[in-house]
Design a binder for this molecule. Structure first.
Ligand SMILES: Cc1cc2nc3c(=O)[nH]c(=O)nc-3n(C[C@H](O)[C@H](O)[C@H](O)COP(=O)(O)OP(=O)(O)OC[C@H]3O[C@@H](n4cnc5c(N)ncnc54)[C@H](O)[C@@H]3O)c2cc1C
Length: 313
């Protein structure tokens, strides 16, 4: 049976858009499926400083638009549908979407990752009313207010720096005694006069009356608890890989739930590839995601050539 598509790519972040561009340039019949707007996490990056080829800081949304433009330019087709599941029968994949099922010879999973929650009392109650996971989206509503940022990685530092442009009262708490963020970003965060960093500190309860008013904090090295008055809590404490689409396949994952692949982005299921933040990788960045997208498209193209070779023999 002939597949509807050579390759279906799931998720239009940096990884998926690059895979689509490379697949289209390789003359594959490629379809990119995205449940929201193309761009993924890149859309919420305020100031991108480390993407090669762009020496001046640029908003993530601009880079996303360039990724999309380039994918379109080479003929990649992007459709706005959510993918529910991928299954495989013989050599054919079936991709179940909001708009019915499609078949393909290969699938590239580029579904990225979503933010982790603190999991403390008050977090759910005040979500959207003073608890946020996106500084660029919600920061402007709290201009000039006292803000708390939880986290110590790249995303936490990046977002705290953005918030420090809106207020001179950013308190940043991190449960360890140093940042996990890249050195240059960590140093700039520490030097920012509008950010006060509190090490070995964890949020325990978020309280308020209709809106956030205070957070109970715990010094984990001294076992001291105190209350801090703030009007908003921004949470950037890590991410969860979005692997639901492959739940019906026997795909190998690491202990964190990220999809394990070879250097060619091949998963444990032949013809299925994983790229970007959903993949078990030591470094989750745009340039890495884009590079992996290119490798997967190349590997998928070779796999399809082999399948066609088998069909002719
Ligand atoms: C605040 C913040 C700041 C950052 N700063 C930097 C930085 O300065 N430099 C840098 O290089 N990196 C930075 N990063 C990391 C970078 O954004 C990510 O590494 C990169 O965006 C990962 O790209 P991706 O394509 O793998 O996944 P994502 O960008 O997460 O894209 C995945 C896409 O898949 C879609 N999707 C998921 N499930 C489905 C489904 N079932 N059906 C259809 N579509 C689906 C999603 O809607 C999404 O659009 C930052 C991240 C954050 C959150």
């Amino acid at each position: 049976m002939r597949a509807d598509r050579d390759v279906i790519i799931i998720g239009a972040g940096a990884a998926g858009l690059t895979a689509a561009q490379y697949a289209a340039r390789s003359n594959l019949n490629a379809l990119l499926l995205e449940e929201l707007a193309p761009g993924g996490q890149c859309l919420i990056i305020d100031n991108l400083e480390n993407y090669p080829g762009f020496p001046d800081p640029l908003p993530g949304i601009e880079l996303s638009q360039k990724f999309e433009e380039q994918a379109h330019h080479f003929g990649a087709e992007i459709q706005t549908y959510s993918v529910h599941a991928v299954s495989k029968k013989g050599k054919l994949f079936t991709v179940d979407t909001d708009n019915g099922a499609l078949t393909s010879s290969t699938v590239i999973v580029a579904t990225g990752a979503k933010h982790k929650k603190l999991g403390i009392p008050g977090e759910e109650d005040f979500s959207g009313r003073g608890v946020s996971y996106c500084a660029t989206c919600d920061g402007p509503f709290f201009k000039g207010k006292r803000m708390l940022v939880a986290g110590g990685g790249d995303a936490a530092c990046d977002e705290a720096m953005f918030l420090a442009k809106l207020t001179d009262q950013v308190i940043m708490i991190h449960r360890r005694d140093r940042f996990r963020a890249q050195r240059a970003l960590a140093e700039r965060t520490l030097k920012n006069p509008n950010i006060e960093v509190r090490w070995n500190t964890e949020a325990k309860v978020i309280r308020g009356d209709g809106k956030v008013q205070e957070v109970v904090l715990w010094r984990n090295d001294k076992d001291e608890t105190y209350t801090e008055k703030v009007e908003v809590v921004f949470v950037f404490v890590g991410s969860i890989p979005q692997t639901q689409v492959v739940k019906d396949l026997d795909v190998q994952k690491d202990e964190g739930g990220y999809i394990v692949t070879t250097q060619r982005m091949e998963t444990s299921v032949p013809g299925l590839y994983a790229v970007g933040d959903v993949r078990a990788t030591p470094f989750r960045q745009l340039v890495v995601a884009a590079g992996e997208g290119a490798i997967a498209a190349h590997a998928a193209s070779q796999y399809i050539d082999e399948l066609k070779g088998e069909a002719y023999n």
